[in-house]
Design a protein around this ligand. Structure first.
Ligand code: ASP
Length: 558
């Protein structure tokens, strides 16, 4: 039977206690991790978010009723214990922060009982992820996940504090917005009051933060939820969190400067790691040529080498055909195929020594880069060159403004439609749009793009031109983005911004492999939530109110 905690007040979290508290009377509250009954001697480990402490109920020193009550405790019961901190009578447990002390109890209250949990609450759980996610409220009790979420909270707090000191204002932007083609597919929300009309959930606060600049707020930050209705690739979430910022009267270097200092601050405070500033920069073109990727992992070498010139007279049909079709031949030298010192591999630049493994790809540049970029990472994985304790940052700059989409048979925005072209390339915007570079940048950490942004167009003519290149008629541009184009009529400060993927950043800081391990309630690959079972069918009455009707096959599908 559950007891009340009336009259008790928690004095410490379990693992906040140390030898400094010996002799003190304390009250702890938490979950029973483990109960070992040795007959006349009951050891109970109590857990809260800080860690564990051992409580020892002993015949003779503890009264009999209390000993019997302690013997009845089971895993995950919630208890309150009043007692005195003592030096451990048994051996010190070196693996436990509180391993040198224990509590001698004088009062025990069972605040809540627990059924046997479906899996043990323990670090590095072997339980399948589907089961853990179904019982996420229990899974979240595990110390490793708790540490991840505590780290996430700290990162968010530190980022807010740092940015506030730099003069940034935290301003919320709406969740129910107009559907605008920003890149990905929108999540739509039907309107009851306007039957047949829909809001979209924001893919990012992009347009609002630009409008805030138009309104004169100057420096904006928000930790914002973003929604993208995409087929989920591994390690993507339909809703995710950005640390989103926008600044007025700045250019690329200003944004880079503030973000380098922010990253250095976070890594110092959270991990005690000194990030060497300035962070290395590389243009997009160089990154592609050297690493076959716009988010290269530079913890190891094995760079790509372009051998098109060398093999241009080769009779080998694969090379020949590729070159004739305007493509290139490039290779990676995986020298010695492993077992080789890291430094040596980094030094590899020339090809063809005996015993090396040389991998070539010949095709259009994009294909060659994709293939070799992926191969390079796979080799590094196999050769165990990826060290999670090493953090290598890199800025990628001068992204192309547009990329060709075979699927849509037109150019699409590489970043988003509000990115400023580089002035010196504006001349090519009609004649050779693919050649125009953008004032866009991305910050890469160990092969992950953790953030990206750009200087924005703040001129109505360039913005209209930009929409035109993207295939919008002036009427369509007005209809979709009229509010932005209107704002641009009334005095716009030059502005630029950047957004971090907070989930991925924290994942890397916490040395986890999946962003699900740093999100309290993540969804799985098919975008469903295994705990609440969302998305779910709704009451026909709700649909009726919204003026929606389901097609037969949708209604029947389960
Ligand atoms: N809104 C952009 C994004 O979500 C980031 C930015 O340009 O600030 O990628």
């Amino acid at each position: 039977m559950a007891e009340s905690m009336t009259g008790l007040k928690r004095t410490h979290r379990c693992a906040e206690l140390s030898e400094a508290n010996i002799g003190e009377k304390v009250t702890i509250m938490g979950w029973v991790q483990k109960n070992r009954n040795k007959g006349g001697l009951v050891f109970v480990d109590v857990r809260d978010r800080s860690g564990l402490i051992q409580v020892v109920f002993e015949e003779g020193s503890t009264d009999k009723a209390l000993l019997e009550k302690a013997a009845k405790l089971r895993s995950e019961f919630v208890v309150a214990i009043v007692g005195t901190v003592e030096k451990r009578s048994g051996a010190v447990n070196e693996n436990l922060a509180t391993g040198a002390i224990e509590i001698k109890p004088e009062e025990l209250r069972i605040l809540s009982e627990s059924e046997t949990p479906p899996f043990p609450i323990e670090e590095n759980s072997k339980t399948k992820e589907e089961v853990r996610l179904k019982y996420r409220f229990l899974d979240l009790r595990r110390p490793d996940i708790q540490r991840n979420l505590m780290m996430r909270s700290r990162v968010a707090t530190l980022a807010r504090q740092f940015m506030a000191k730099e003069g940034f204002l935290e301003i919320e932007t709406p969740f129910l917005i107009k559907s605008t083609p920003e890149g990905a597919r929108d999540y739509l929300v039907p309107s009851r009051i306007h039957p047949g009309s829909f809001y979209a959930l924001p893919q990012s606060p992009q347009l609002y933060k630009q409008l805030l600049m138009c309104s004169g707020f100057d420096r904006y930050i928000q930790i914002a939820k973003c929604y993208r209705d995409e087929d989920l690739r591994a390690d993507r979430q339909p809703e995710f969190t950005q640390v989103d910022m926008e600044l007025s009267f700045v250019d690329v270097d200003d944004v880079i400067d503030i973000n380098e200092r922010l990253l250095a601050h976070l890594f110092k405070e959270v991990l005690d790691i000194d990030v060497q500033l300035p962070i290395q920069r590389m243009t997009w073109q160089e990154a592609m040529d050297r690493f076959g990727s716009d988010k290269p992992d530079i913890r190891f070498g094995m760079e790509l080498v372009n051998v098109t010139e060398t093999v241009k007279d080769s009779e080998f049909v694969v090379f020949k055909n590729a070159i004739e079709a305007g493509g290139t031949v490039r290779g990676i030298n995986a020298k010695g195929q492993g077992g080789m010192a890291r430094k040596k591999i980094d030094k590899l630049v020339d090809f063809g020594e005996n015993g090396d493994l040389i991998l070539f790809a010949a095709d259009k540049n994009k294909v060659v880069w994709d293939v070799l970029g992926a191969l390079r990472l796979e080799l590094a994985r196999q050769m165990e060159l990826l060290d999670k304790n090493e953090y290598k940052f890199l800025w990628i700059t001068e992204f192309p403004l547009l990329e060709w989409s075979d699927e849509q048979n037109r150019f699409t925005a590489m970043h988003h439609p509000f990115t400023m072209p580089m002035e010196e390339d504006l001349q090519y915007i009609d004649s050779d749009p693919g050649r125009v570079r953008a004032k866009a940048y991305g910050i890469v950490l160990n092969g992950n793009e953790i953030g990206g942004g750009s200087v924005r167009i703040f001129n109505q003519e360039i913005q209209s031109k930009r929409f035109e290149v993207l295939g919008f008629t002036p009427e369509q541009a007005q209809e979709q983005f009229g509010f932005l184009l209107n704002a641009f009529k009334y005095g716009v400060p030059p502005h630029a911004g950047l957004a971090y993927g907070l989930d991925r950043l924290v994942m890397l800081m916490a040395k986890q492999d999946s962003i699900r391990d740093v999100i309290a309630f993540p969804k799985v690959k098919d975008a469903s939530d295994l705990m609440t079972e969302a998305p779910e069918r709704v009451d026909p009455k709700q649909l009726e109110e919204l003026g929606l009707e389901l097609e037969e096959h949708t209604a029947d599908a389960e």
